[in-house]
Design a protein around this ligand. Structure first.
Ligand code: IPM
Ligand code: MN
Length: 360
């Protein structure tokens, strides 16, 4: 995107520990902006479970337009113990992804120094790849229904929708991204799908992938079935450079990715609308973790990582890289663990350590 004079950033702290980790990400933003010489304006949006329980509103009228006029959105977490699972996820997170046409879900899987992975013998050099997940189609469209609901003859359908436009724009973006990432070990884009069973939808993906690949001869166009990918991610994560995949499979494999990079306290993601004027949204993947709310024990590293991604998207790559380096200094030299309550520091102390490391 073009560098705005003063970036407009919408902040949705959300539920549970969302506001706590958001505060640390904003602390880091406040520190890095003068260091790198840029301005920003924050606008708070109080969406989430509390507001829903109070007013019945999830995304009040006019909200989408208000968010659309922002340069980026930072989302802490949504999910409230008193709200039925799915209501806020569908009404807020998925709704924003669809309405703002954030068709890329970008999930870096990177093991930072000092972070424990459950994969024996693997180091930060082995676990460093990126998943590009399509974010607007597939089973997430919510197409389907019931017949004879509640009877013993009940039928339920849930239809996966794939379009040429939807897969092509995602695949093309993934090739561009792989080219720019320019992995010194070789540029490889792996399509992860299930062409041996999903012989219509994933055939469309595969054909489109092979066609677009012709435009990127310097990128190795690779293919894995999703089940095999789950094996390789555990056995040989170093094989991967960039993965491009469908929405549902992407949801599943990115949680596997989060675990091998050290858990939900670390994993960050972006919902991107890379088109001109598009508004993207960045979030830590950990969720609202209600049982840790208000205790100052939740890990803000994922949220700070999401802020680094946001800075990159605001065309501040130097600031983004500096935040990413500071995170790695803190995980490598300071924190004892990435688990809530076992970091050796409080939530806000970890934020302070990252700020301190920005000047190193
Ligand atoms: C994610 C989440 C969401 C998804 C949920 C909360 C709807 O798991 O961002 O990966 O399934 O996409
Ligand atoms: Mn998920």
């Amino acid at each position: 995107m073009n560098k705005p004079d003063s970036a407009k950033i919408a902040v949705i702290g959300g539920d549970g520990t969302g506001p706590e980790v958001t505060a640390e990400a904003l602390k880091v933003l406040q520190a890095i902006a003068p260091m790198e010489g840029f301005d920003y304006q924050l606008t708070d949006f109080d969406f989430g479970g509390e507001r829903f329980l109070r007013t019945g509103e999830i995304l009040p009228a006019g909200t989408v337009e208000a968010l659309q006029s922002q340069d980026a959105i930072f989302l802490g977490a949504i999910g409230h113990p008193d709200v039925k699972p799915g209501v806020l996820e569908k009404g807020l997170l998925l709704e924003l992804r669809f309405q703002l046409d954030q068709y890329i879900n970008l999930r870096p899987v990177k093991l930072y120094p000092g972070v424990e992975t459950p994969l024996a013998g693997k180091t930060p050099a082995d676990i460093d790849f990126v998943v590009v997940r399509e974010n607007t189609e597939d089973l997430y469209c919510g197409t389907g229904g019931f017949l004879k609901k509640g009877t013993d003859q009940e039928v339920a359908t849930q239809t996966a929708i794939y379009t040429r436009k939807g897969c092509e724009r995602c695949i093309r973006w993934a090739f561009e991204y792989t080219q720019q990432r320019n992995n010194p070990k070789g540029k490889r884009l792996t399509l992860v799908a299930k062409t041996n069973v999903l012989t219509y939808g994933h055939d469309l993906w595969d054909r489109t992938f092979q066609e677009v690949a012709q435009e990127y001869p310097d990128v190795e166009a690779d293919y894995n079935h999703v089940d095999a990918c789950c094996m390789w991610m555990v056995k040989n994560p170093e094989y991967y450079d960039v993965i491009v995949t469908t929405n549902m499979f992407g949801d599943i494999i990115t949680d596997l990715g989060a675990m091998i990079q050290g858990g939900m306290g670390v994993a960050a993601g972006g919902n991107l609308n890379p088109d001109p004027g598009g508004t993207s949204m960045f979030e830590p993947m950990g969720g609202s973790a209600p049982k840790y709310t208000g205790q100052g024990v939740i890990n803000p590293i994922a949220a700070i990582g999401a802020m680094s991604m946001l800075l990159d998207q605001l065309d501040q790559p130097a600031a983004a890289a500096r935040v990413m380096n500071a995170i790695q200094t803190v995980t490598g030299e300071k924190m004892q663990s990435q688990s809530a309550g076992r970091m050796g520091y409080s939530t806000s102390q970890v934020g302070d350590l990252v700020v301190e490391a920005l000047s190193n």
